[in-house]
Design a protein around this ligand. Structure first.
Ligand code: 0RA
Length: 646
């Protein structure tokens, strides 16, 4: 190639690079999903993934994440350091290519077996494009190399700024508030949960996380160190720590089948819920896919074979189904796939066909060995399966009742429901209200055009501890199903929800702002999480936020949702105020309830989201177990604060 041509090529390429950056900034959601809280945190995961890749290649064992005072984030590893030598094709340093060329990723290193990669696997250049500033420091070959960028563009060529005996890469970026207009505030909890998960999924790596924005009572920065020697086994212990184990050990395997690395760990507990978590290249595949169906198949065939041979099923009058093998099961399946095909609504469903048999074989081998070596456990598991089958048999009748009632239109609605007149579900909302008396106030206060009220009597059933048929037989729960108009159960999954006939697009839980109220709120949320997760995932579930105080002076009055607001109002009224503390919804009259909590023009609803299903599962098992920790705090932390009416 002539010098001239090279030059042209170079400028053509850099124009392309620029277009890439501009495209990322113009359509950030195409690259990171959204520009809200989720997308913001995704930036960190994207950078950390590169270091995880380096660790999985065996080149690094320590990763540090720091949230700095200014809300920038640093990710540091002790890997080989991103190469800084001249990139032949691009004519600039390899570091600059990685950092500024959209889509370059780590591809120039053909030897690296890239199995990690964020949900979208977009590469650190996307993070750079969405940051107002980013700095990369590379410790390599005895020198410290540096380059800084603004909104994805290099400020100067890579330069050496000193010498070092270390090795590794540090990337510090500050998200651009022009892009992340909602917030650029990182949540320590969200990030540390993900780092813990990554440590379990990639055993042997040490991941530290530090929050330099906040100190604890000893004057130290908030910090955690995550390291797992046993990987998924320990992950299961962590997830199921609040449940009572049914068998002696955690059943686990790790290996490669048809060139696909497969890791599985599972345990049975005395509960009734099925908790399957699956990962592909460290990404939580909420929607499952071929690896999960492979797991299910391996589990069913192996256990069925064992149970048949044992003779324990001889007296059973009906068939055992897939579900029955998974009651009280907690399992994690983690596979590494070179070219994952992601499908489904949220692109978290693995499509690669070949993975199914790999996982199924792995599970069969693992489980066959375990059952042979632990005959006592094997017997306990088969007994549990039989009990589950019997319970399902009973539950199917109860479920049919719920179903039949739903199919009948109009007449099937629960008597306690005060319905709205609007027919378009998208415009309708239903309040699930604690107690008949608050229900009465809400009924008076509502706008009956689009707001329906369903009062719930006292504490609804704790589904975490109840068998399925008890759940479907429960009056309050039956009322929720019929009021919402949803139907349940498919061939494959007895609890699968059909949202097509959902009668209200906003389902609002409205409880007292006290301990009892928050307990009821959690019971309802637990029910939704275990039996109507699709409803939460589709964004239909909200929590109403009634005020805590009414501050009055003469004819002036205002409401406060916390002590700070209360004091601020009192001060603005210049003292001499009377303060009423609302202990429950019942203390408000209909007008006050409308003004503060139900009127879309003024109220604040919290939308319930499942950020991290694995963590939510653990927390619900903890909350609804025997201990009673501060539930309100949990709910507040997990409900995304969204003034959705504004
Ligand atoms: C490709 C090649 C080499 C290192 C890396 C990528 C690398 C990338 C990242 C991203 C974050 N931390 C990283 N650490 C290393 C080096 C190849 C060689 O030295 O031969």
């Amino acid at each position: 190639m002539s010098e001239d041509k090279k030059k042209n090529n170079y400028s053509a390429d850099s124009i392309q690079a620029l277009e890439g950056i501009e495209h990322v900034r113009m359509r950030p959601s195409m690259y990171i999903g959204d520009v809200g809280v989720r997308g913001l945190h995704h930036l960190v995961y994207e950078v950390v993934d590169n270091s995880i890749d380096e660790a999985m290649g065996g080149h690094c064992d320590t990763i540090g994440v720091i949230i700095n005072e200014d809300n920038s984030v640093s990710v540091k590893d002790n890997g080989r350091g991103i190469p800084v030598d001249m990139h032949k094709k691009e004519g600039v340093s390899a570091l600059q290519v990685v950092m500024t060329k959209i889509g370059a990723g780590g591809k120039f290193d053909k030897d690296s077996y890239k199995v990690s990669g964020g949900l979208h696997g977009v590469g650190v250049s996307v993070v750079n494009a969405l940051s107002n500033t980013l700095k990369a420091s590379v410790h390599r070959d005895g020198k410290i190399w540096e380059q800084e960028y603004e909104r994805g563009k290099a400020m100067y060529p890579v330069k050496s700024v000193g010498s070092t005996s270390d090795r590794g890469t540090v990337v510090t970026f500050h998200p651009d508030e022009k892009i992340f207009s909602q917030t650029i505030e990182f949540s320590y909890e969200t990030l540390s949960n993900r780092m813990r998960e990554l440590a379990y999924l990639n055993k042997g790596i040490t991941i530290t996380i530090t929050d330099r924005r906040e100190k604890d009572k000893d004057g130290e920065f908030i910090s955690d160190v995550f390291h797992s020697e046993e990987g998924l086994k320990e992950f299961i212990r962590f997830l199921d720590g609040n449940r009572e184990s049914l068998i002696q050990n955690i059943i686990a395997m790790e290996g490669e089948k048809n060139d696909i690395p497969v890791e599985v760990a599972m345990v049975y507990n005395t509960g009734y819920t099925e908790n399957l978590h699956s990962y592909v290249n460290n990404i939580n595949t909420h929607e499952g896919g071929t690896h999960l169906s492979g797991f299910r198949r391996g589990l069913t065939t192996t256990l069925k074979k064992y149970a048949d041979a044992s003779g324990m099923l001889d007296k059973l009058k009906f068939e055992i189904q897939g579900d029955d093998f998974r009651e009280g099961l907690t399992a994690i399946v983690s596979v590494k796939v070179a070219e994952p095909q992601f499908e489904g609504q949220t692109k978290t469903k693995l499509g690669n066909r070949e993975v199914s048999s790999a996982v199924s074989q792995a599970v069969s081998e693992m489980l066959t060995n375990y059952l042979e070596e632990h005959p006592d456990d094997a017997k306990i598991i088969v007994q549990k399966v039989i009990l589950a089958a019997q319970a399902r048999h009973a539950a199917s009748k109860a479920r049919e009742m719920v179903q039949r009632k739903n199919v009948m239109s109009g007449g099937g609605l629960p008597g306690k429901l005060s319905d709205c007149s609007e027919q378009d579900p998208a415009l309708c909302e239903v309040f699930l209200v604690e107690g008949d008396s608050a229900g009465g106030t809400a009924k008076q206060g509502r706008d009956r055009n689009f707001q329906a009220i369903l009062p719930l009597r006292g504490k609804i059933l704790n589904v975490e501890k109840a068998m399925q048929h008890k759940v479907f037989e429960n009056e309050e729960i039956k009322n929720i199903y019929t009021a919402l108009g949803v139907t349940i159960g498919t061939e494959e999954d007895s609890k699968a929800l059909n949202l097509e006939k959902l009668r209200y697009h906003k389902v609002i839980i409205m409880c007292d702002a006290d301990v009892d109220g928050s307990h009821i709120e959690t019971l309802i949320l637990t029910f939704f999480f275990r039996y109507m997760r699709e409803l939460i995932e589709a964004g239909h579930v909200y929590i109403a936020t009634p005020p805590l105080y009414l501050v009055k002076k003469g004819s002036k009055k205002n409401y406060a949702w916390n002590d700070k607001e209360r004091d601020a109002i009192a001060e603005s009224y210049k003292g001499g105020v009377s303060i009423q503390r609302y202990k429950g919804l019942g203390e408000m009259n209909a007008e006050q309830l409308w003004d503060t909590t139900m009127n879309p023009g003024y109220r604040t609803l919290r939308q319930v989201t499942i950020d991290n299903a694995t963590e939510s599962d653990r927390i619900f098992s903890m909350l609804m177990g025997d201990e009673v920790p501060p539930r309100r705090e949990f709910i507040e932390k997990n409900a995304v604060y969204a003034n959705i009416d504004a």
